[in-house]
Design a protein around this ligand. Structure first.
Ligand SMILES: [Zn+2]
Length: 479
């Protein structure tokens, strides 16, 4: 009989904080720019240069710690992690080993498979990013760009509490939303502002001891993470079933080929010879500092979900989608702020916006239209200045180019014709031109009126109000 196995997964998640300047110098963190444009003696590791801590990094790290239920370390320090690599000019990375800024937290996740569950956060520490090697095949050499060197990172280390790819995705999504709502990072896996390393081991179901784990790197999408987990789980089970032992090592996932390969066997922390950084003073976080950050914490997703239900009486499904992106939630609230009805705003987001996002293979963060223009469009439909099919057409232009709907409707002559005389004249002509449909209708085929409405709308170039067309048609047919 084959044995039953359990997958044990812990995550190390690196998040790039979106401060304006780097963690230990005044260089810009802006993405792009000329190679080595955003550098100075500190972030290129020149001898004699001294780091100065950017307080905003600490503020953001504390904000993330509070939002993930962590204890904040009131006296914390930076340590040097010593290693050589050409993208690391100091030959050490400034990180935190002994006194990380946040400890013992958790986030709550929910999956279909296991329901609600808390995933423990072992610690969150602050550190600096490294530079980037550019391999130039033409020149047959490697060059180094230090623009990213010294960009602030936090590393969020979970407890090994996850048991499936679904739980891992739920956990990452939860972290992503918390940090986005805090405005601490945009957390884009595909752009590297959020990176996840997966620690995975297998044990027999019910066993108390953990198996030997491997660490997988280079996972840059939720789909890649799910595939890598499934693959690694099978690989380890095969090894165990064949009577061999899993080797503790770092593996690199190749998502195109859908397999992983060994990079190096795992170093121990002592190999890095960590020691407290003598150039940086310890950080003392007093009550006033902590209180200030607590007072500034914005409303997070879970709180918004409850409020949207109470305040706007939206269905759970709508709330899930709207709050599933900070961008969408902000747009929703801003449009309501301009006087639009919440249910109507929700409908435009849920139906047309979601349809167009899907059609263009975009996600909610890519939305570029303004709340102002959506509110104007809703006002145009509320006042019956345009009918619903014209509104949909106008919305496509708002979505694509953020046009001003008032101007657009005016310029393209899309206003509903409210001139009853002109409409009645058209309808009389339609009735005269379609004797068969008129006879059908009068013979009891109620549906025949639909055809006549359609013909009238066509003759009016879509600019009539369907209710009014219906009413006048019935009046004229009754004559
Ligand atoms: Zn610098």
């Amino acid at each position: 009989m084959s044995k039953e196995y359990e997958t044990v997964i812990g995550l190390e998640v690196h998040v790039e904080l979106n401060t304006k300047t780097k963690i230990f110098c005044g260089c810009s963190t802006a993405f792009g720019g000329e190679v080595n444009e955003h550098t100075c003696p500190v972030c290129t590791g020149m001898p004699g240069s001294l780091p100065v801590l950017n307080k905003e990094v600490v503020n953001k790290a504390i904000a993330v710690g509070l939002a993930t239920n962590c204890d904040i370390t009131r006296n914390c320090k930076f340590d040097r992690k010593n290693y050589f690599y050409p993208d690391n000019p100091q030959n050490y990375q400034i990180s935190q080993l002994y006194y990380p800024i946040c400890r013992n937290g958790y986030v709550e996740i929910e999956t279909e498979e296991f329901g609600k569950k808390k995933v423990g956060i072992h610690e969150i520490h602050m550190e600096e990013d490294a530079g980037k090697l550019v391999h130039d095949e033409f020149m047959d050499c490697s060059l180094v760009d230090f623009n990213r060197s010294g960009v602030p990172l936090i590393e969020i280390v979970s407890e090994p509490d996850m048991r499936s790819a679904e739980e891992v995705i739920a956990y990452l999504d939860k972290l992503r939303l918390i940090i986005q709502y805090l405005g601490a990072s945009d957390c884009k896996l595909n752009e590297g502002s959020m990176r996840a390393d997966v620690n995975l081991s297998i044990r027999e179901k019910g066993a108390a001891e953990f198996g030997t784990r491997t660490e997988m790197k280079n996972l840059n999408s939720f789909k890649a993470i799910a595939r890598a987990i499934e693959n690694e789980k099978e690989r380890q089970i095969d090894i165990i079933e064949s009577g061999e032992k899993v080797v503790q090592e770092t593996r690199r996932w190749d998502d195109n080929k859908e397999y992983s390969y060994a990079m190096r066997s795992k170093e121990d922390a002592q190999d890095y010879r960590y020691f407290p950084d003598p150039d940086l003073v310890p950080i003392v976080i007093d009550d006033a500092w902590l209180e200030r950050i607590k007072a500034d914490q914005p409303e997070l997703r879970d709180e918004k979900r409850i409020r949207y239900k109470d305040e706007f009486e939206l269905p759970e499904y709508d709330i899930d989608i709207i709050t599933g992106s900070k961008k969408m939630a902000d747009l929703f609230e801003e449009t309501i702020g301009k006087g639009a009805n919440p249910k109507k705003v929700s409908n435009w987001l849920m139906v047309e916006t979601m349809r167009l996002l899907k059609e263009h293979d975009m996600d909610a963060d890519d939305i570029s239209f303004s709340a102002d223009n959506l509110a104007k469009l809703i006002a145009l439909t509320d006042s019956k200045a345009i009918n619903s099919s014209v509104a949909k057409e106008v919305f496509e232009h708002i979505f694509a180019e953020n046009i001003d709907p008032d101007k657009y409707v005016e310029e393209h002559g899309l206003k509903t014709v409210n001139d009853e005389g002109a409409l009645r004249e058209t309808i009389i002509k339609i009735i005269a031109d379609n004797p068969q449909s008129v006879a059908d209708y009068k013979g009891g085929k109620e549906k025949a009126i639909g055809f006549l409405v359609g013909q009238t709308m066509k003759a009016m170039k879509g600019k009539a109000e369907p209710g009014m067309v219906n009413q006048i048609l019935k009046e004229e047919l009754a004559k």
